[in-house]
Structures are given as C-alpha cells and as structure tokens.
Design a protein around this ligand. Structure first.
Ligand code: GUN
Length: 278
C-alpha cells in the first residue's frame, strides 16, 4: 500500500460529487453562487482566492469576487456583507483572512449570515460544532476527517494529537475527532514535553505554520501523520510542518505538502457552498 495519502485524488472525487449536485440544482432552475471577499494585496491570499475561483468554475458554481483595496473601511466592508447576505443569488460568503490590521476580523465574521457562512467561522456555527450538531464544518478539519474516512482510518478509541489551537483548524479539529470517539490531546506553543506527547499519537495532526517543525523523533512508529502546514523551506521550496522525508520512513500513512490537506480544504468549501443552497 502507498503510504502517501493522495489528497488531490480524494478532492477530485468530492468535487465530482459537488459538480453533480450543482447540475441537479441547475436542472431545477437553482443557481449556486459563492461570494469571495479579499481586502488588500496579501500575495498568499490572492493565490488562495484565485484557486477558489478556479474550483467554482470546475464544479459549476458561480463565483463573485470582491477584491477591495487595503484602504477599505470597516463600515464599507460590513455594508458589502450586508448586501451579500440579502442577495439570493449568493449562497455562500467567504471573507479571506487575514484582514488588514485596521479591520476587526471578529466583527466581520460575525456579520456574515450564519446560513451563508461556508467557512463555519461564525460563532453560531462554531457553537453548533461544539455540540456536534451542524450545517457547515470548517473546511480544513472537515477535509481531514473526509480524508481519514476515505482511507479507511478509524480514529475511534485512538490517541489523536492535534498540534495547534487556531480557531480555523486546531480547535474544530479536536471537536470533530472527539465526535468520532477519539481520545484527543491539543498541544500548542506553550506545551511542555511536546515530543513526549506527539510520540504517543496514533494519529498526529499538525497545524502550526512552522517549516519541518515535527521531526522523526517526535513521531510514533506506524502513526498516521496529517500535515496542515504550507511553508517555504530554507531551500525556497513549499513544505509542510512535518519533516516529510525523515518522518515518512517511520509512519504508516502521511499526507504530502503540497497535494495532501490543501486540495481537500478547497473541495470541502465547494461542498459547503452546495449545501448552503439546500
Ligand atoms: N485564510 C486561510 N485559510 C482560510 C480559510 O479557510 N478561510 C478564510 N476565509 N480565510 C482563510
């Protein structure tokens, strides 16, 4: 069996299902649309937004792009969100993060209608995730759960360690693993004896944003390793949070960077946008 989990291939399957769902709705005269807002000129964000637009085109979702200047005020941004909330041709709304410093991220996320919040970042949707009852799941952790299930990897009763406690990945990831009956540990920058904890993980999920942070000595032999990172290594090449070559030798399964979690995140966004219309 190939140790490398092919996120691109699984994402293609998810997108094919979404495409078929979008076509079925179109047959009933219903259009699915995603509004993507980007403020300023963060190059990484621009790449992410372009990718989302391409994904929409691939699955037949109409994309509406709002590329706003860095000088956009909070009031202007909130007015746009209000307009999109009320627009029936817009099924999903996503505001690319991070926002420029002068904008209040929390207020912006809170202004998006929870029914159109395809990122699942609105406090109402976060609350639903806490109690295990939800419409939308945040794209990256949902993509990871889908990858694990597609690969036939059950987390029930297993030691799952999440490194990273962000609202976007670490925290919702932990909730989803818990719902799937895993024993979950969340580690972060202040965790003492990190290697000792990660070395006990049957499933290790890493989302810290530091190139090759997880080294082979921090991983249990035979573990499943999921790498959420997307960094530039010292050699200028894209790499994850896991020292892939060294860790690969030790584990049973591992996601590559690129081509692992990233494509799944994008595919789940399409799935969420479709489900926002149902
Ligand atoms: N920035 C980095 N990841 C994400 C994401 O999943 N959604 C949004 N809105 N912004 C991001």
């Amino acid at each position: 069996m190939n140790k490398i989990i092919d996120g691109k291939a699984v994402a293609a399957q998810v997108k094919a299902q979404v495409k078929s769902g979008v076509e079925q709705l179109a047959g009933r005269g219903i259009n699915v649309g995603l509004a993507v807002i980007i403020v300023g000129e963060n190059p990484a964000s621009q790449v992410y937004v372009r990718n989302k637009k391409n994904d929409c085109a691939e699955v037949g979702i109409t994309s509406f792009e709002y590329a706003l200047p860095e000088s956009t005020t909070q009031q202007e941004l909130l007015a746009l969100i209000e307009k999109l909330n009320a627009d029936d041709s817009v099924s999903g709304i996503l505001c690319q993060l991070p926002l420029p410093e002068h904008l209040d991220e929390k207020a912006v996320i809170g202004a998006i209608s929870p029914e159109k919040d395809v990122d699942a970042f609105h406090p109402q949707n976060v609350g639903h995730i806490m109690i295990g009852d939800y419409t939308f799941l945040p794209c990256t952790p949902a993509g990871i759960m889908e990858l694990l299930s597609h690969e036939g990897i059950s987390v029930s009763g297993k030691n799952c360690v999440v490194v990273g406690r962000s609202n976007i990945v670490g925290k919702p990831m932990a909730m989803m693993l818990l719902k799937a009956d895993a024993t979950v540990t969340i580690c972060h920058s202040r965790t003492k004896n990190l290697a000792e904890i990660t070395s006990r993980a049957d499933v290790l999920i890493v989302a810290v944003g530091r190139a090759k942070f997880i080294t082979a000595d921090m991983v249990k032999p035979g573990a499943v390793v999921i790498d959420v990172g997307m960094n530039r290594g010292a050699d200028g090449k894209l790499c994850g949070d896991v020292d892939f070559d060294a860790v690969y030798e030790k584990v049973s399964r591992i996601t590559p960077v690129p081509g692992g979690v990233g494509p799944m995140t994008r595919a789940i966004l399409m799935k969420n946008t479709l489900s926002s219309k149902r």
